[in-house]
Design a protein around this ligand. Structure first.
Ligand SMILES: *Cc1c(COP(=O)(O)O)cnc(C)c1O
Length: 395
């Protein structure tokens, strides 16, 4: 049966998606579009992808029934421990997959854009692993804000190129990456870090992150006797960890899907990244989706305490999940996320990434039943956020 939550052949989810790209990029995108499914579905790709996920990344990640958190909220809360992956988050599932695709296409040089540096690090990591040249574009302001990740990328052998135009942040880095790709169509592969960008990226990245819900199914069966949960909760920046956590449950309407955006200082404070609440339809990063924009269609700079959720759009799948009400979109402020992070640390001895803490922060806003099976996707670990956590402790 054809799923309405999987991209159609032109990369659309309802009205969202597609490939809105400059003509000069067409050959690159077409080459990928013509080949990605063949490669992903091939036996040799699957074997190598699964081998690296197991031996290099450390998968499967545990599905952990969190007893004290469950008791606090009067329900059954499981944490999908993406924080235990090599490099500390779910992002590596995608970069491992795409680096294998790039190699299969005969590419010699990898480019990527990064905001907080997490995707840059995950890309530089797999480039070191595969001995491929790596160039990461990063806004000049972000380079200053995210010095530890810049150091990691450099140690991993990547060249970090500052984007000095516009607001000198993620969207400018994206523009630079696209410009580079246009100039180097033959040997270069553009490795995008979330379920965003022109078709086929959103569908490709969702398939590579789908390992998260694939594992959940057999792990839930072991824990509860049933493959499906009642509720899955995940944070949304671009939407890749949520897409992976939702993927195998999209067509099963008995599974409640909850996507959590960053509300920053408050949804209507002017300092927020709650795209589904504040955005409307437009084209961002080559895809028709929902984005935060002003009356002239200029992107509004988003804000969140968590760098990974600080993105002015959501991927087209999520725009559709929101419009069709298949997923419920909620949000959490900076302070709510901080409180949820301190709570998880105290109750379970797990320091979550600030992004993941947004997913945890909605637990107190939901009325759960006692026997409800709730999975929270713990997208990453909090080491990178320690400075922020210490600074706000006891405030
Ligand atoms: C990058 C990141 C996110 C946000 O990206 P998505 O594509 O929405 O998943 C969430 N959590 C962590 C830990 C991240 O590093």
């Amino acid at each position: 049966m054809k799923s309405k939550f999987k991209a159609d052949k032109n990369g659309y989810y309802g009205q969202f998606g597609g490939a809105f790209i400059p003509e000069l990029l067409y050959p690159n995108v077409k080459e990928l579009e013509d080949n990605y499914l063949k490669i992903i579905e091939s036996e040799s790709f699957q074997k190598e992808y699964k081998r690296l996920l197991k031996d290099y990344v450390g998968r499967p990640t545990p599905l952990y029934l969190a007893p004290r958190l469950s008791e606090k909220y009067g329900t059954q809360i499981y944490l999908k421990r993406e924080d235990l992956n090599h490099t500390g988050a779910h992002k590596v599932n995608n970069t491992i997959g795409q680096i294998l695709i790039a190699k299969q296409l005969g590419k010699k040089r990898i480019i990527a854009e990064t905001g907080a540096g997490q995707h840059g690090v995950a890309t530089a990591t797999v480039c070191a692993l595969m001995n491929l040249e790596c160039v990461v574009f990063m806004g000049e302001i972000d380079i200053k804000r995210q010095a530890p990740n810049v150091a990691r990328m450099k140690m991993l052998g990547a060249k970090v190129v500052p984007a000095t135009s516009g607001s000198k942040t993620l969207k400018d880095a994206t523009n630079e990456a696209i410009r580079d790709w246009i100039g180097n169509p033959e040997d270069t592969y553009y490795l995008i870090g979330s379920v965003v960008g022109p078709h086929p990226y959103p569908d490709m990245v969702a398939r590579l992150q789908a390992i998260i819900s694939e594992e959940m199914k057999w792990q839930l069966k072991e824990h509860t006797g049933k493959e499906t949960p009642d509720t899955v909760i995940a944070c949304v920046g671009g939407g890749s960890n949520a897409a992976g956590a939702f993927y195998h449950f999209l067509d099963d309407e008995s599974v409640e899907l909850i996507a959590v955006e960053a509300a920053g200082l408050g949804v209507h404070s002017g300092e927020s990244a709650a795209t589904s609440q504040l955005g409307d339809v437009g084209v961002l990063h080559g895809s028709k989706t929902i984005l935060m924009q002003d009356e002239y269609g200029q992107v509004i700079e988003p804000y969140s305490i968590s760098a990974g959720l600080d993105y002015p759009g959501i991927g087209p799948l999520h725009a559709y999940l929101n419009e069709s009400n298949r997923a419920k979109f909620m949000n959490a402020t900076d302070q709510e996320a901080l409180d949820a992070a301190y709570e998880l640390t105290k109750l379970e001895g797990i320091i979550p990434a600030l992004e993941s803490a947004h997913a945890l922060a909605v637990l107190e806003k939901i009325d759960f039943k006692k026997d409800q099976v709730v999975v929270v996707n713990l997208s990453g670990r909090g080491d990178k956020d320690l400075e922020t956590y210490i600074k706000h402790l006891g405030k």
